[in-house]
Write a protein that binds this ligand. Structure first.
Ligand code: NCD
Length: 315
């Protein structure tokens, strides 16, 4: 039996986590995957606990999967819609925190368009906080579910070569994945046009490519990112056609990777922009649906460790 090693009160990012902490979370998630596939998947580890989903940005997968994760563990889950709450009336982040504190909730799950906002909130509330994506900074549970998907398919993370392709500049998914893959000793390649790469890709061991024709050669995993138009102020891309030609993944470019390479995408997909539509659904290569399934298990693992830690650290 593996001992659980994860002692944090919040999950705000992958940066700073230890390899054993990530491995612990993935091991626990593995158990939840099996549990969720069984007939008796409702558990009561979190009975009597209240979870609030506070999303300042739109979300389908992440919000729903946190909700399912909480409900599978027996918690009460409340979804706060920003458009119908007083946040749209101009209430500040701190006021929101004070309000939530008065309600004695146990875990707060936050998505916010500003990098750093979730950490700030975590310093003002008396409960555990999970970052469900803050600006372009981090989206830790996405990186964990990606790691779980890879580990279940390949058996390990270390030594694999993972190409992260596309809009890296605006992607919190890319940033969390780069952190996680580095910590777990995988090799990271970034493939992007110059306009969509951060100016500092300071991390040791990262290889940069400006075209897929060289970048994809021999890789084990291809992570395609969504082109995040909503975060672009200006012209980052000449045209959809040109982008797809150089940076969109299709069957032709896939041939450059290892024959058993896996295709991943965090969703939502812009079909025919960053990824060929048929390829996205081709289960011979694509594990995009599996990623969604893993998302529920990983979030159950995160919720259950935080409840344990918070109860323990309070007493
Ligand atoms: C990602 C996000 O919101 O950062 N989506 C997700 O959580 N599944 C990626 C994206 O929106 O492109």
């Amino acid at each position: 039996m593996n001992k659980l090693r994860f002692y944090h009160n919040h999950i705000l990012g992958i940066e700073g986590l230890e390899p054993q902490e990530i491995t612990s979370l993935l091991n626990l998630s593995d158990n939840f995957v099996e549990n969720n596939r069984s007939e008796h998947r409702k558990l009561n580890n979190l009975r009597g606990k209240t979870i609030v989903n506070l999303f300042f940005e739109t979300s389908t997968r992440t919000r729903t999967s946190f909700e399912l994760a909480g409900k599978n563990l027996g918690a009460d889950v409340v979804n706060m819609q920003v458009s119908t709450s007083s946040i749209s009336k101009g209430e500040t982040l701190i006021d929101t925190a004070i309000t939530l504190n008065a309600m004695n909730i146990d875990i707060l799950i936050v998505r916010h368009p500003e990098s750093g906002a979730v950490k700030l909130l975590s310093e003002k509330v008396n409960c555990s906080v999970i970052n469900a994506g803050d600006g372009t900074h981090e989206h830790p549970t996405q990186a964990l579910l990606d790691a779980l998907t890879i580990r279940r398919r390949k058996g390990h993370l270390n030594g694999l070569t993972v190409a992260i392709c596309g809009d890296i500049l605006h992607s919190r998914v890319a940033h969390s994945n780069i952190n996680l893959l580095n910590i777990m000793d995988a090799n990271v390649r970034l493939i992007a046009p110059l306009t969509l790469l951060p100016t500092q890709t300071h991390m040791h061991g990262i290889e940069i490519f400006h075209d897929m024709f060289t970048g994809l050669v021999g890789v084990d995993i291809i992570m395609i990112l969504r082109v995040q138009n909503e975060r672009m102020y200006g012209n980052f891309i000449p045209s959809i056609r040109e982008y797809f030609h150089f940076f969109g993944l299709d069957y032709e470019k896939l041939k450059l990777a290892k024959s058993d390479a896996l295709i991943m995408h965090p969703g939502p997909i812009n079909r025919g922009f960053e990824l060929d539509s048929d390829l996205a659904d081709d289960v011979e290569h694509s594990v995009i649906r599996e990623q969604v399934e893993m998302g529920v298990a990983v979030r159950m693992a995160c919720l259950s460790v935080l409840i344990k830690n918070f109860d323990h650290n309070k007493s």
